[in-house]
Design a binder for this molecule. Structure first.
Ligand code: GTP
Ligand code: MG
Length: 207
């Protein structure tokens, strides 16, 4: 997909404040610092569209970007940020889960996990929740530039094996690096294909 325009629309503190849900939406989620905002920037070819930081907990609101005047790309706050109090963490979880369950134009959630680690409990629990809640999602491995290719392949296989313990059908998976601009094209191709399908089938998000 060619990115002609990518513009910040607004930041929202709750799902009710998000922009009108009239066009398809795709959201990035994952634990704090996994690289959500960086991958959005890499895919959009725009260094500073979404705010990034080496310190976890940078994105604290739901951020909407309008792409090609046609669909929304959404940057969500990370889950599992350890350095805030339990009650604030709970507030974030609520913000995220309410958004996911209520946003009726949300077509697919991209769950980002760090390609360097073995499957983490918090990510597996979130993926489990998506599956049980009927939320359509894909898994995106991030920061693959930090790994030797054979280790990256091993880690993805490890993830598949872990998920196969619970699920027969596995979600789509993407291996990416914001740093080296790897994998973003594949995600955009999926989004393009999905948008075309929605258009061809006259899918509307009206209530
Ligand atoms: P929160 O907003 O805090 O939830 O974090 P986030 O998931 O949006 O992460 P962000 O994009 O801010 O990136 C966190 C850190 O990881 C930054 O220091 C980035 O430079 C670094 N980073 C992100 N993507 C990559 C990547 O593909 N490769 C490398 N080497 N570093 C990356
Ligand atoms: Mg962020």
């Amino acid at each position: 997909m060619v990115i002609k325009t990518a513009n910040f629309v607004k930041s929202s503190g709750k799902w009710q404040d998000c922009p009108e849900p009239t066009i398809p939406e795709y959201a990035f989620i994952g634990r704090s610092n996994v690289g959500k905002s960086s991958l959005i920037n890499a895919m959009m070819g725009h260094k500073d569209l979404a705010k990034t930081s080496g310190t976890p907990g940078k994105t604290q609101l739901i951020n909407h970007f309008l792409v090609n005047e046609d669909w929304f790309l959404t940057d969500l706050p990370g889950y599992g940020y350890a350095k805030v109090s339990k009650s604030i963490r709970k507030d974030f979880e609520k913000l995220i889960t309410n958004y996911i369950l209520n946003r009726r134009n949300l077509v697919n959630l991209f769950v980002l996990v760090d390609s360097r680690h073995t499957p983490q409990k918090i990510d597996l629990e979130f993926i489990q929740w998506c599956g049980e809640s009927g939320v359509p999602f894909s898994i995106v491995f991030t920061k693959v530039d930090k790994l030797k290719p054979n280790i990256a392949i091993q880690n993805v296989e490890h993830y598949k094996n872990e998920l196969h313990k619970t699920w027969e059908d596995l979600p789509e998976m993407y291996v990416t690096s914001a740093e080296k601009k790897i994998g973003g094209e594949e995600i955009l191709a999926f989004i393009q294909k999905t948008n075309e399908f929605l258009k061809n089938n006259n899918v509307s998000f009206d209530e």
